[in-house]
Design a protein around this ligand. Structure first.
Ligand code: NDP
Length: 333
């Protein structure tokens, strides 16, 4: 059931992995056919996430070529595939986190789609969902943050980072935030970090500062999306029984770790992915409802760095990879 769908659409795909030059803006991609249980979303806003750069460079191998990048979009349902669950209706306003979002239309399994309440616009949803829900699942499921805990958050002015500092403040934790520039650290403080630090040498100087702030104890958990550059400093900043939650590779993938390094503090080490926290029925809906509540009732700020036209996707990738951005980058088809 569809109303006047075009035959072709605009979109961005890659035919091989590499630098931003492999991003190809096309105007004649066939509008996808729907499989059982899928809906076709007409994207109004497309979320850029750091993971998009991993698929572009090949750090995470794309499943096929040509491959349309992008894991997050919001807009309206333009068509329903066969046997689509009845809670999703034509023209409904929705957000999804799945695949192939850098396009005018994206086929999405109904299980990856969330219907938006009237209080949440597609722009807000595309800007908040993947990064906000990642932050929310991290502070609940990866390490269940307690009121009064000291927590270390790296790249705190980034997309996930600004969500972490806001949510940690809301649940009564005390945050030490890192970021690479004075402006970014000021932003992290404005969004809720109690203490901000530069990365220093990613080593002993940094750890000494964390110990000073925490009365010599270290932090209950580190949320580390920077990866390779910060891993050792993160591990050394933990308190006894602390949790190192390594959830990204902005500076490169963390090399193999010898588990005996955890013994000194009886530390826990996790390497979670958001998608595994929302894969059971009801989890995505539950966490989304909670995120909308934080946005509406706690007036959390959904910071948008820039909304780029889809054809400017290469500039958007350059901006996030060169550490120029704060908050969310969006594309508009
Ligand atoms: P961000 O907006 O946070 O951008 C990345 C930030 O990383 C930069 O702004 C920069 O901040 C910091 N950074 C540190 N070192 C480098 C480097 N060498 N090159 C580039 N950036 C660097 O991106 P996202 O919010 O989209 O993602 C943040 C992290 O979280 C990523 O690693 C991402 O893969 C991960 N992630 C993981 C998920 C999961 O399920 N596991 C889900 C979502 C995100 P600064 O200049 O202040 O250091």
């Amino acid at each position: 059931s569809a109303t006047q769908l075009p035959k072709t659409m605009k979109g961005v795909w890659i035919e091989k992995t590499g630098g931003t030059e492999v991003l190809q803006y096309k105007t004649d991609i066939p509008v996808p056919e729907l499989k059982e249980g899928e809906v076709l979303v007409k994207n109004e806003y497309i979320g850029i996430n750091y993971i998009d750069t991993y698929f572009r460079t090949g750090l995470y191998p794309p499943p096929n070529f040509p491959y349309i990048l992008g894991r997050e979009g919001a807009g309206t349902i333009a068509a329903l595939g066969p046997k689509t669950p009845s809670h999703l209706s034509l023209n409904a306003s929705v957000v999804y986190m799945n695949q192939s979002a850098y396009a005018e239309f994206t086929p999405v399994p109904a299980t990856a789609v969330v219907a938006l309440p009237p209080s949440i616009s597609p722009e807000t949803a595309a800007a908040a969902s993947l990064q906000g829900l990642t932050a929310l699942t991290l502070i609940r499921d990866a390490y269940a943050v307690q009121r009064g805990d000291w927590i270390l958050v790296h790249a705190a002015a980034g997309g996930v980072g600004l969500w972490l500092v806001q949510l940690l403040k809301a649940v009564g934790a005390r945050t030490i935030a890192t970021a690479s520039t004075e402006e970014k650290r000021a932003l992290a403080a404005k969004y809720g970090a109690e203490v901000t630090l530069e990365y220093f040498d990613y080593g002993d100087v940094f750890v000494k500062k964390v110990l000073e702030v925490t009365g010599g104890k270290g932090v209950s958990a580190v949320f580390d999306g920077v990866g390779k550059a910060t891993f050792d400093a993160s591990l050394n900043s933990l308190a006894r029984k602390g949790s190192l939650v390594s959830f990204g590779n902005a500076s490169g993938a963390v090399p193999p770790v010898t588990i005996s390094r955890l013994t000194a503090k009886n530390a826990k080490l996790l390497r979670p992915t958001f998608f595994n926290y929302i894969s059971e029925e009801g989890e995505l809906e539950k966490y989304s409802a909670e995120l909308w509540d934080f946005i509406v009732k706690d007036k959390m700020d959904v910071r948008i760095h820039e909304i780029y036209p889809l054809e400017d996707v290469a500039r958007a990738h350059q901006d996030i990879e060169s550490r120029k951005s704060t908050g969310k980058l969006l594309l508009r088809p």
